[in-house]
Design a protein around this ligand. Structure first.
Ligand SMILES: C[S@@+](CC[C@H](N)C(=O)[O-])C[C@H]1O[C@@H](n2cnc3c(N)ncnc32)[C@H](O)[C@@H]1O
Length: 329
């Protein structure tokens, strides 16, 4: 349901909040389900509690972690070209707004941007961010959408014939399988409408010597980030994971571009959680995250199969990251 609510009761609303009341999946149900299958896993979205989000911010500053830095550099250096390729008077719809640092770069580059529409599941965060953007960009319509962008939703009414550009930075699309990425793109193509645009940041397939250290840094921050999901389960669910008996294990297949992160059990052990017991053999792996990297032409082919024309792609000189502008065919 899309309920339009006064975002800041008592204040004159400087933005609108369209609340779809996204379901909050229970951490306990997800962990129990993930540990019950033949291949144990924990959904990666549970990495981001408060401590996990802080650790992720630290990861973005690490010398080995190139994706954030490289994407920001493309968006900064090529801002004029990207802005021109998107065109004037557009409504920018961001999937997972976070700090909206990258959206600000785009908004600054666009000619007369008409609206900013961040979609995020985190309501408090979204309201704060919408308020900041409304403050920084007087005259810009800000429509904050509290929703899960993987679920179908009816976008708030925009002015008639207003073109929209979706914005999905951060190579977040790489956290989906390619079938899921295609479904995501084709689902939103219908919403963006003919000639709507999609701007997507995608990490490129690169040598292991560059990709692996980005997920296995010398200071061990990425390892702490991964292990934090066990720390969180112990704290929030009363589980008894022996955190030190699991090792952060990233692997990368250069030919497919698939980066996978597991926690490997260093011994045979039993974990208790929600009145159940889960046995781990020595060497057994718990799947935590994956991040698919794409050659630029492979991503364009995926986009075409999802109903887009691949218009332009910008790549950094080191060939580590790409920013694509796609147009709904
Ligand atoms: C790491 S931030 C990305 C920020 C920004 N787009 C960037 O790349 O810099 C991820 C944001 O996406 C939100 N998010 C994650 N999954 C989501 C989903 N399925 N639907 C809506 N928001 C989601 C999180 O709440 C968080 O604010």
């Amino acid at each position: 349901m899309n309920s339009l609510v006064d975002p800041l009761p008592g204040d004159s609303p400087r933005f609108s909040l369209h609340d779809f009341a996204p379901a909050q999946e229970s951490f306990e149900d997800a962990v129990v389900e993930g540990l019950s299958g033949p291949r144990k896993s924990v959904p990666a979205r549970f990495l981001y509690d408060e401590a996990g989000s802080r650790l992720f911010d630290c990861i973005c500053e690490l010398p080995e972690y190139y994706p954030t830095r490289t994407e920001l550099k493309i968006l900064t250096d090529k801002a004029d070209e990207i802005g021109a390729s998107i065109g004037p008077d557009i409504a920018l719809l961001e999937f997972g707004a976070g700090s909206s640092q990258k959206a600000r770069l785009l908004l600054d580059a666009l000619e007369r941007p008409a609206a900013y529409e961040p979609i995020d599941v985190s309501r408090e965060h979204l309201i704060r961010l919408a308020d900041e953007i409304a403050d920084a960009y007087p005259g810009l319509a800000v429509r904050a959408i509290c929703a899960d962008y993987t679920q179908p939703l009816e976008l708030p009414d925009s002015e008639p014939r207003r073109r929209r550009a979706g914005f999905f930075p951060g190579s977040t699309i790489g956290n989906l399988t390619s079938a899921e990425a295609r479904a995501f793109l084709s689902g939103w193509a219908g919403q963006l409408g003919r000639d709507g645009l999609m701007v997507v940041g995608v990490a490129l397939r690169a040598p292991s010597s560059i990709v692996l250290p980005a997920y296995d840094d010398a200071q061990g921050v990425t390892a702490r980030f991964t292990a934090n999901v066990l720390v969180r389960a112990n704290r929030e669910l009363g589980a008894d994971f022996d955190v030190a008996a699991f090792r952060h294990t990233p692997t990368y297949d250069e030919t497919t571009g698939r980066l996978t992160i597991h926690l490997t059990s260093l011994k045979a052990q039993t974990v208790h959680l929600a009145g159940r017991r889960f046995d781990f053999a020595e060497g057994e792996q718990l799947h935590v995250e994956e991040s698919n990297k794409y050659a630029a032409e492979d991503f364009q082919a995926l986009a075409r199969s999802a109903g887009y024309v691949a218009e332009t792609v910008w790549i950094d000189p080191g060939e580590l990251f790409s920013v694509h502008v796609l147009r709904v065919a």
